[in-house]
Design a protein around this ligand. Sequence first.
Ligand code: DOR
Ligand code: ZN
Length: 427
Amino acid sequence: MTTLIKNVRIVNAAGSMEGDILVQDGKFAKVGGSTDIETQDQYEIIDGNGLCVIPGVVDMHVHLRDPGQTHKEDIISGCAAAAAGGVTSLVCMPNTSPVADTPEIVSYIKQKAAETGINVYPAAAITFGISGGGCCDYAALKLAGAAALSDDGRPVENDEMLVTALLEGHRLRLPVLCHCEDLKQAAGGKVHESVSESLEVKGLSSSSEYRDIDRTIKLAESCGAPVHICHVSTKESVDIIRKAKARGVRVTCETAPHYFAYTCEKVLSRDADYRMNPPLRDEADRLAVIEGLLDGTIDVIATDHAPHSPDEKCDFTAAPNGVIGMETSLSATLTFMGERLSLEDIVRLMSYNPAKIMGIEGGEIKEGAAADFALVDLNEKWIVDVDKLHGKSKNAVFKGAELTGRVKATYCAGKPVYTSEFGIRNS
Ligand code: DOR
Ligand code: ZN
């Protein structure tokens, strides 16, 4: 299939231009300038006037829940949500049931994902069962298709195992994605410490996050291997990472849209759809996360898309942690950061940097590269209606919000995987 997008704004992290994009054989054949064609029959021609094309979003923190918890999400529904949000590549976390700690589970994910049209990169577990029970066989996991290592949902508490993973991950080119949390301080916590008393539920302190980030960075520093820190939410975490970068540590990190959009005031309504781990924090933390995005301390905006069913989310204190986000992350970032960050910066944070950190294709619109992109209307306003989302769960942190900027179509390897007109297309 050949697609020609005429007169569109083409946005890369490195800069933008106006012109046409020709997509042929799954790749960007021509980027910029003017392309005229004689026979319109074999071409899909899109008028790009007033729209922009960005590299597909690379979401490096997603829970697809498959295998084992497919009532919350599965690989097919999760990839439909991805497509609707402009996400063309995603990293899925291994806290499935069973845990993705064997080559068999990783192969299952890869095989099922191949039907979706989205690039799915499984992260395999660092330790057996994500429970600290010894290091997995990273070489075998890589051979089966693992693209990263993570015990996300839990920290790797044992220093020796974490160092082994960092060194082996580095050797095998498997980025190590660390969920940092001091479980001795955090266990059973539900909300940020400043609102825990008024809500009469156990708090999750800032220090339970940043102390473990500090430990993780020091271990990476001592062994000289790179490390990526997941879901940064506190001002102290941003500060620790900023200082570590300044002294040359090979640390990268991510935050999620809810940490720069909202504070823990949201949970005062006792609605579990605003509960996740780490939790929404104070205004000073929100501002520090924004500062980190502006000064380059924070490298990536990922979602931590964590579907849970309405049944599980209905009880404020008993509900599991997590919110969905893939269908809203680009729009929420445009809405809440659009005045502080340029579109090029947003592309860098959501596409270019995560692709580089993961060592995968994507994140750039350039001739010869796989044609993974989203067509976006920056001016369209829409209200997030959870009943219209494409994933299986409804625990959307941006439910009811009015967002500005909307994905009109998503193409992966040159094929439409979503259009606002026709919905999801996995032909
Ligand atoms: O909110 C969260 N949800 N945080 C995590 O660390 C795990 C995730 C999940 O798997 O639901
Ligand atoms: Zn997660």
